[in-house]
Design a protein around this ligand. Structure first.
Ligand code: NAD
Length: 360
């Protein structure tokens, strides 16, 4: 069993709320990392967790990552996240979503949420009938997340090859759900070669129809390519996979892609450029923050804002190089990004932010 107080203390969590509704069967956890910059925001994930501890660990690490993402994107929200325990294919019902929406409403705006893995834009629109604190209602964030990852990839290509064009570049995408599928389309439309993997044969079929090649889930790690793009779940780059990847760049949408610091260091030592997840995948957050603040979105302005992800990545890549030179040892892009974000947090507030440097 996870030592919740110790975890909260270590990383400066404000609140973790556990909720159960007997009628609908809803079991949900909301983790509010910080409301320092405004309401905490982060999507809601529905997933069949093996245990309560696994769900708590997941929601807390995702909430911490949201704080970093907000800070990185310069957005005045705090970090939060929610999980609903259950299989979205089997356990999701209107009754469950209504109950969840009412629970979020009871938090009175301290936590604002929207879609994530297992929760769709349609679900969010339905929940809007019962809750005011939802984002991504009129604007589906996923295509904008994909747009941000696409621009982040261009920055990575520029850094590694000196040319940001994706034409002729080979990208291996793990997971072609809401973000991965849109990303695959964008890449193919712009002349890239794309190989994908997914657990769903329907999604693979859809990708085949617009020109992507498909491989088995485990094979995706050993595809010889320019960019490996994790767009499924987190923690997929561990010490084993970091050693077998055959790419020059890792750039994808998944949250918390690195299992631990060592995996990030192995990538850096192997000369594989890593685009820190909380910077490259902020396109959806930028979109929903715009929607929440302004109501209507000016798409051209929004796209320009999202394209800024590329510049932020380049800053971090250069910082990692500088830090490596100064310290006489390889500093991973992940480590540099954490230090970059912490510095931005410190310059924003006197209050102590606690994000353990060990791993967020
Ligand atoms: P999604 O649920 O629509 O898609 C995830 C896909 O990954 C599914 O098709 C699933 O079958 C597949 N998958 C799961 N395990 C896999 C495995 N082992 N191998 C291959 N495929 C696997 O989710 P999404 O909204 O596309 O999000 C993808 C990732 O990006 C998640 O980690 C999410 O947290 C992150 N993210 C999403 C957004 C957004 O706007 N949707 C924003 C930021 C970050």
């Amino acid at each position: 069993m996870v030592d919740l107080f110790a975890e909260m203390e270590r990383d400066g969590f404000e609140e973790v709320v556990v909720y159960h509704d007997r009628n609908s069967g809803l079991k949900a956890i909301v983790a509010i990392h910080t409301t320092l910059n405004g309401s905490a925001t982060g999507g809601t994930r529905m997933w069949e967790y093996a245990s309560f501890s696994e769900a708590v660990s997941d929601v807390m690490s995702l909430a911490r990552a949201m704080t970093l993402k907000c800070i990185g994107a310069g957005i005045d929200f705090g970090g939060g996240k929610a999980v609903i325990a259950g299989d979205p294919e089997k356990d999701k019902s209107k009754e469950l979503l209504k109950s969840y929406a009412e629970f979020i409403q009871s938090l009175d705006g301290k936590f604002i949420t929207g879609e994530d893995v297992g929760i769709t834009n349609e679900d969010v629109r339905f929940m809007r009938n019962y809750c005011d604190h939802l984002t991504g209602v009129n604007y589906d964030p996923s295509p904008f997340t994909a747009y941000g990852v696409f621009h982040g990839m261009r920055a990575c290509l520029k850094h590694v090859y000196g040319d940001e064009s994706v034409e002729g570049v080979h990208v291996a995408i793990q997971g072609v759900g809401k973000v991965g599928m849109e990303l695959a389309r964008l890449l193919i439309d712009n002349g890239a070669k794309v190989t994908v993997s997914d657990l769903s044969s329907k999604r693979l079929e859809a990708c085949r129809s617009f020109g992507a090649e498909c491989v088995e889930p485990e094979e995706i790690y050993s595809v010889e390519c320019d960019i490996f793009s994790p767009c499924a779940l987190g923690g997929v780059i561990d010490q084993r996979t970091a050693r077998i990847l055959r790419c020059k760049i890792v750039a994808g949408s998944a949250n918390n892609q690195l299992k631990d610091d060592t995996a990030g260091r192995i990538l850096a030592e192997r000369g594989i450029l890593y685009a820190p997840d909380f910077i490259i995948n902020a396109g959806g957050l930028i979109t929903v923050a715009n929607e929440y603040i302004y109501g209507e979105i000016d798409e051209e302005r929004l796209k320009r804002e999202i394209e800024g992800i590329g510049e932020r990545l380049i800053d971090v890549f250069r910082l990692a190089e500088r830090m490596s030179e100064e310290r006489g040892a390889v500093v991973s892009e992940h480590q540099a990004a954490l230090e970059w974000a912490m510095e931005r947090m410190r310059s924003k507030s006197e209050r102590r932010y606690a994000i353990s440097e060990k791993y967020y």
